[in-house]
Design a protein around this ligand. Structure first.
Ligand SMILES: Cc1cc2nc3c(=O)[nH]c(=O)nc-3n(C[C@H](O)[C@H](O)[C@H](O)COP(=O)(O)OP(=O)(O)OC[C@H]3O[C@@H](n4cnc5c(N)ncnc54)[C@H](O)[C@@H]3O)c2cc1C
Length: 347
């Protein structure tokens, strides 16, 4: 029978983050599917007690931890040493973790050390007659495959946002500390600090309810024969502030910015959605001034409810790509939306 270890890095002085709770949710759900597979949790971090207490009621048979100042920062050598040690002690056949940048970098290497295999970008785990399968998408989310593997341990990196997040009460937890042999060669890299955009400049918000997507139409000549880039930027900036939506873009608009035409100062190629961009997961999406062409909308695959505002009634959105298309001027619509969001009734 399969046994499952969920690996979770702890946030500084706090519980595991949302992606780790997604992986825990997947493991809890699938434990039953896998015939009541035993669940264990492995924590890695500077201080693991708050994290252990926060997941105490998840039903894990054991909670292992590699803890201490050496593990408080993401660093390949120490992360790999810690997870290798935890996996050896836990000795489970399946190892689940969130497919974050940190674990995606580390776990394939750990799988290699343990003679196992790793699969990334997993969106579903199922079992039939005791055989475990995982789903993942290929070719920029156009084809879905179902995979099985004979090798164990099998490291499964679950795409954040694809699983029901685990929620439960905090409680008392017993943590079994795992000793990690850390040679000096693992400590050559020193993390000096973190550089990140200020909260106001951070427009990519994976946890947002809404993905707000901007297209090249914001830069086009409008009914008065003029472009209105400054007004566009202001409308979008205010909407993002009020709604806390995540900002996406079509390739055309990102490319314009890259060519030196300042369109939206807070837009970068990281915002691009589509075949050569990102495929984010959000409950809702609103596209504005964008044509809805296939290479763009393929990036909308995991958006549950899609709406679009375009002046063109024959755009791609109208041809089955959106649930609702507003054939309207996005400048006027977003000005009204901002007004409503800012009204005291919505405060
Ligand atoms: C190999 C390949 C990969 C690609 N990958 C991607 C990708 O990853 N992501 C991506 O986005 N594209 C991608 N593309 C490009 C894609 O095919 C389109 O060219 C691009 O998405 C078009 O961007 P757009 O809709 O913003 O601009 P446009 O096609 O110029 O559309 C602008 C729209 O704005 C509307 N509009 C103008 N003013 C207003 C207004 N006031 N109110 C409302 N609507 C208005 C217009 O009616 C028009 O429909 C790829 C193309 C190729 C060949």
């Amino acid at each position: 029978m399969e046994t499952i270890l969920v690996l979770a890095p702890t946030e500084p002085h706090g519980p595991p983050g949302r992606p780790a709770l997604d992986a825990l949710g997947a493991a809890k759900d699938r434990g039953a599917v896998l015939g009541g597979a035993d669940l264990r949790v492995g924590l890695v971090g500077g201080s693991v007690q708050p994290a252990a207490r926060s997941i105490a009621t998840c039903g894990a048979k054991q909670i292992f931890a590699a803890a201490g100042p050496d593990f408080s920062q993401p660093r390949y050598a120490t992360d790999a040493a810690a997870t290798e040690a935890v996996c050896r002690v836990a000795a489970t056949s399946l190892v689940l973790a969130a497919g974050t940048a940190r674990w995606s970098r580390v776990l394939p290497g750990v799988a290699q050390r343990l003679g196992g295999r790793a699969d990334t970008h997993v969106t579903n785990i199922s079992a039939d007659c005791g055989k475990v399968s995982v789903n993942r998408w290929f070719y920029r989310q156009r084809m879905e495959a179902v995979l099985q593997r004979g090798q164990r341990p099998w490291f499964i990196l679950v795409d954040p946002g694809s699983q029901p997040v685990w929620r439960g009460d905090a409680g008392n937890a017993t943590v079994e500390t795992v000793a990690v042999d850390l040679p000096a060669s693992c400590q050559r890299t020193t993390v000096l600090g973190v550089r990140e955009p200020t909260a106001a400049a951070q427009t990519i918000r994976p946890d947002a309810e809404l993905l707000f997507v901007t297209g090249a139409g914001w830069t086009k000549k409008q009914a008065d024969g003029q472009t209105h880039a400054v007004e566009a930027e202001e409308l979008i900036r205010i909407f993002l502030q009020l709604s806390r939506a995540s900002l996406g873009s079509s390739k055309s608009l990102v490319d314009l910015s890259g060519e030196g035409q300042a369109v939206l100062s807070f837009l970068s190629h990281l915002n691009q959605i589509g075949q050569t961009g990102a495929t984010p997961r959000h409950p809702k999406g609103l596209s504005t001034c964008c044509h809805g062409e296939e290479p763009h909308t393929v990036g909308w695959r995991f958006i549950n409810e899609r709406r679009a505002i375009s002046l063109d009634p024959n755009c791609g959105w109208a041809r089955g790509k959106a649930d609702v298309l507003y054939v309207a001027d996005a400048f006027a619509v977003m000005a009204k939306v901002n007004e409503l969001l800012a009204s005291p009734a919505n405060a």
